[in-house]
Write a protein that binds this ligand. Structure first.
Ligand code: ZN
Length: 180
């Protein structure tokens, strides 16, 4: 390396620190604060990390509630719509249409009917499709523990619990409708 390095970005890159003095991995895309999720040193916009298909390092329990609600919804659809109504006069597509009409405004339902194979939709995938969020930079690691992912940031985490409640209500609605 010569003194007049032709890659000044690396040469002069400052080490980013959080206000608490931890080495920061990234900045919040909302408030620009240097954050260190690994050290649990983040701003209030940090929600969790998406890593190799899973959501980890969650602050709070919003995602936990969401994934429970999602599991409940898929379970209800699986049991009631797809199986318990096999002997009904209505065809499966009629039942799907009934559900659609009853839950037109529901984002979770839209997501399900627009997905080719909703029963295979993992909660993390559904979550990222349904919840508006901002992503931190993509991180990749090599070697034995290789993988990739990014932080999830959001302005209003209340929306997660709200959607979890909506999904639970939808599950109950479907359950009632097909178990009369
Ligand atoms: Zn922030």
């Amino acid at each position: 390396m010569s003194a007049d390095n032709d890659d000044p970005e690396i040469e002069f890159e400052e080490v980013l620190m959080t206000p608490n003095g931890n080495e920061a991995r990234e900045r919040c895309p909302i408030c620009n604060r240097p954050n260190s999720p690994g050290a649990c040193d983040t701003c209030e916009h940090y929600f969790a990390a998406y890593w190799d298909g899973d959501i980890i390092w969650e602050i709070g329990e919003g995602y936990q509630k969401f994934s429970e609600a999602w599991g409940l919804l898929l379970g209800v659809i699986y049991e009631t719509v797809l199986f318990q109504n096999q002997d009904h006069q209505k065809t499966k597509s009629d039942l799907w249409k009934d559900c659609q009409n009853k839950a037109k405004e529901n984002k979770a339902w839209d997501e399900i009917i627009n997905n080719n194979d909703p029963m295979d939709m993992e909660p993390a995938e559904a979550f990222l499709n349904l919840i508006p969020y901002l992503s931190g930079p993509t991180i990749e690691t090599d070697g034995m523990l290789s993988g990739s992912g990014h932080s999830i940031y959001m302005e209003d985490r209340g929306i997660v619990v709200e959607l979890a409640e909506e999904i639970t209500n939808l599950a109950n609605l479907i359950h009632m409708e097909f178990n009369q």
